[in-house]
Design a protein around this ligand. Structure first.
Ligand SMILES: [Zn+2]
Length: 245
């Protein structure tokens, strides 16, 4: 294949959020995923000479949607987000449901409903291009808090993401990896892959480097929430993590 790879750029925001810029090199189309901070998103696009045409929203939380209107006002972009959360997503134009498709230039995403962190949470799965934006559902070596959903929902959502190809890159919305890795080492003390990754993550964070994206294969090896054998284990892990220091 001679097509250039999609460009994906992290825009750090607040204390630990990642806003993602996605550019399709074939068409020049640019989307921004979860622009909680509109100024940061616009600046990052402007620095590259990119014009944002779309906002992709994974869920309604303000640290993911707080910049929607600012980005829309500055660019005239279209805002896509979960239909189930439409009333809480500023500026939403296109309501998305399970099985819908979203195009960014020539790139195409499948919309997956992955409830648990919120009830309407969706993921954008660019299956052909080999990556997905998973918001606050799956984190590197962890998963989102269950603010609205149940352990059963989160379990199903994680297992589904785990069906993607082993090399699929997963872009989550927070840098929570160090805390997650420490918890994983506590939860699975005999897991050598977790130990090894914790050491790598400590070195990356010491150097001020980011740990996202991850891959499906790495998560199967080191993410206790994905590796949980059933809903009950997922629920117990999530509860333990909520109070882990
Ligand atoms: Zn959230």
């Amino acid at each position: 294949m001679s097509t250039a790879a999609p460009e994906i750029v992290a825009v750090p925001a607040f204390s630990d959020n990642y806003i993602w810029l996605l550019r399709d090199p074939a068409s020049g189309a640019v989307a921004v995923v979860d622009p909680g901070d509109g100024t940061a998103a616009l600046r990052a696009a402007e620095e590259r000479g990119w014009r944002i045409g779309q906002v992709l929203t994974t869920h309604w939380h303000p640290d993911h949607t707080g910049g929607n209107l600012q980005v829309k006002e500055a660019t005239g972009c279209t805002i896509h987000g979960p239909a189930a959360e439409r009333d809480r997503i500023p500026g939403i134009d296109e309501e998305l449901r399970e099985g819908d498709r979203v195009r960014v230039g020539q790139l195409e995403a499948e919309v997956w409903e992955v409830p648990g962190h919120t009830l309407g949470h969706i993921a954008f799965v660019f299956r052909e291009a080999g990556f997905a934006f998973v918001g606050d559902t799956l984190f590197v070596m962890g998963c989102g808090r269950l603010f609205e959903g149940t352990p059963a929902q989160m379990h199903a959502s994680l297992q589904r993401l785990g069906t993607l190809g082993a090399d699929t890159r997963l872009y989550c919305a927070h840098e929570y990896t160090l805390g997650n890795a420490r918890f994983a080492a506590h939860a699975e003390p005999d897991n050598i892959a977790v130990r090894t990754r914790l050491t790598q993550v400590e070195a990356l964070r010491d150097a001020g480097a980011m740990t996202v994206p991850t891959t499906v294969a790495e998560e199967w090896a080191t993410n206790p929430f994905l590796r949980a054998k059933d809903v009950q284990e997922l629920g117990s892990l999530r509860q333990a993590k909520d109070s882990f220091r």
